[in-house]
Design a protein. Structure first.
Lengths: 438, 143
């Protein structure tokens, strides 16, 4: 921590900007950090304690809000580690190494606290208040950033991606199973067709090689009628008067022929019937073979149709499950978004990144950009790059206020190695700077 | 039902046995019938041969036939005798031929039935194969 003491003829007006060349005394205390940018010191810079003019405050604010990093510096990513707390302000009490501004000097300049203990308490309270406000503002800012960047959707989006991938995988499995079943159907159809064809081929061969015509070659022969007494009659000189005997023989021959013809006609009828039966059987076999092929084809089509229907049902179920899962995830994300909106609004923020919460000027910068939720992260930079300026601001502001008020009251400088302080009796006295102070 | 060709082979054997048995029985019966008919015909001709001299002798005792004797009654009687013998002989022959033809026709009819039964058996077997092919397809399809 560094406290600057300026010459007597400097700082005629309130809030004079510090000038390193004109510093006549500086007290430095071993302060590790004085907090990250925007931890509330803008309250002082804003002139709450009457330290700076409007122009000085604007310059100071611009300085604090400026980005000391080059334009090409990568975007700043907020750290998730807890921000450093504002340390106690040394130099204003018994334990500090400050300028030792007297209580008299403070009261003479309308500083509300007339002793170091009250001032320290005041500063501690202010530090706590600023830290609390900054913490709330930071939390709100993080909440708004989380909401606007859609970070809360990340888990759900990943689940949706997994859900979609699961759907694709499951659909692929279903299609693969369908392809396998279809190939199996075709293979089984080929095998069954070969089996059936083997049977019908054998039957065709059997029927062809065994025509059924048992009456083929059946021919009834008519017996030849004769007269066995012809020689006997000739021996006794008996002639065939009137041809009676010959007529008898002819009649018998006729009967023999008629009987044979009847049998032959019957055989021809039976033979034709048998041959017709053979042709009918061959046709029957051909119809059965055709029907067998139709049955196999019909079965194959039915199996394929059933498999296709099963695949369609499975794919529809997968699609339904995926859609249902996406709906539930979307619903959850909507719920989370609504909760975030409620929390942001309850914390005094708006949904565009703005806020009504009191923040230090350093805070106002990072939160403001709305259109690019990610970009604001780049602005709250240089927390370490400007330690002197920030260190000088709060403590030096108090000390300088006392010294300046003392110098103003006396109308002259305290002298080399000295500074003005107000005595307990309310008089301004020149007091030697403490050892080590510049 | 899985394909079992032994069932059809058994049926085929049964058909063959029935046909063979029936055909053998018929053939034996036909043979016996032919023997009886031929014996009857032989006996009948033998009787006619024996009767003819007695007819001539009867006309000779009445001097209606003899050396230098030719009566009209004898000639007429002999022609009637011949016609009667011709008629009875041809009837016997036709009976024998009819019996034999009937047997032949019966054998061919039985053969026809036998062949039809064999083909029915083959048809049934082929249908069973076709049905098994359908079941094979169904099994492969997981139905």
């Amino acid at each position: 921590m560094t406290v600057h003491v300026y010459p007597k003829d400097r700082g005629k007006g309130r809030g004079s900007a510090p000038n390193q060349q004109q510093v006549v005394a500086t007290a430095t205390a071993p302060v590790a950090t004085l907090g990250a940018p925007g931890q509330g010191w803008g309250e002082y810079a804003s002139g709450q304690f009457g330290g700076m003019s409007a122009a000085q405050r604007a310059a100071f604010s611009a300085f604090q809000n400026s980005n000391p990093l080059p334009a090409s510096t990568p975007a700043f990513t907020p750290s998730t580690t807890p921000r450093p707390t504002l340390p106690r302000l040394p130099g204003l009490g018994a334990t500090g190494g400050g300028s030792g501004v007297s209580e008299t000097a403070a009261s003479a300049n309308n500083f509300p606290y007339t002793n170091a203990a009250d001032t320290r308490d005041f500063l501690d309270k202010e530090r706590i208040r600023f830290a609390d406000e900054d913490s709330k503002a930071g939390a709100l800012r993080d909440l708004q950033k989380y909401y606007m960047s859609g970070g809360y959707r990340q888990g759900g989006d990943e689940l949706m991606a997994q859900l979609a991938q699961m759907g694709v995988t499951q659909a692929g499995d279903v299609n693969a199973a369908y392809d396998r079943s279809t190939a199996n159907f075709d293979d089984a159809y080929g095998t069954a067709g070969k089996v059936a064809a083997t049977g019908f081929d054998a039957l065709n061969k059997y029927l062809t090689e065994n025509p059924n015509n048992p009456y083929a070659g059946f021919n009834a022969q008519a017996g030849v009628a004769s007269n066995p007494m012809q020689d006997y009659l000739a021996r006794y000189g008996v002639g065939d008067r009137g041809g009676d005997v010959a007529a008898q023989v002819a009649m018998e021959q006729s009967q023999n022929q008629a009987g044979a013809d009847n049998y032959n006609n019957l055989a021809a009828l039976l033979s034709g019937n048998a041959q017709q039966g053979d042709r009918s059987r061959m046709a029957e076999m051909q119809m059965a073979q055709q029907l067998s092929g139709l049955n196999l084809g019909s079965d194959l089509a039915g199996f394929k149709s059933g498999s296709a229907n099963a695949r369609a049902s499975a794919l529809a179920e997968i699609a339904n499950n995926t859609a249902s899962g996406r709906f539930q995830l979307q619903e959850s994300q909507n719920t989370i978004a609504e909760q975030l909106r409620q929390q942001i609004l309850a914390a005094g923020g708006d949904l565009q990144g703005g806020t009504s919460v009191v923040q230090s000027p350093r805070r106002a910068g990072p939160v403001a950009p709305v259109a690019t939720p990610v970009a604001p992260v780049a602005t709250p930079v240089a927390p370490v790059a400007t330690p002197v300026a920030r260190v000088a601001t709060p403590v030096a502001r108090v000390a300088t206020a006392k010294v300046t008020k003392g110098a103003k009251a006396m109308g002259k400088t305290a002298g080399p190695g000295k500074h003005w302080e107000k005595s307990p009796k309310g008089k301004w006295i020149a007091v030697a700077n403490k050892k080590g102070a510049k | 039902m899985a394909f079992d060709p032994s069932l059809y082979e058994a049926r085929r054997r049964k058909l063959q046995q029935n046909f063979s048995s029936q055909a053998g029985t018929n053939a034996f019966a036909n043979t016996l019938s032919q023997q009886r008919s031929s014996r009857a015909l032989y006996d009948m001709n033998k009787q006619f041969d024996a009767a003819a001299p007695r007819v001539v002798a009867g006309f000779g005792q009445r001097n209606l036939v003899g050396p230098n004797v030719k009566s009209g009654a004898f000639a007429k009687a002999m022609r009637e005798f011949s016609k009667n013998r011709i008629a009875q002989t041809e009837d016997a022959r036709r009976d024998i031929a009819s019996t034999n033809t009937e047997y032949q026709a019966g054998l061919r009819r039985d053969t026809d039935f036998y062949n039809q039964d064999l083909k029915d058996n083959e048809m049934d077997k082929t249908r069973q194969i076709a049905d098994d092919a359908r079941q094979l397809l169904a099994l492969r399809a997981g139905r």
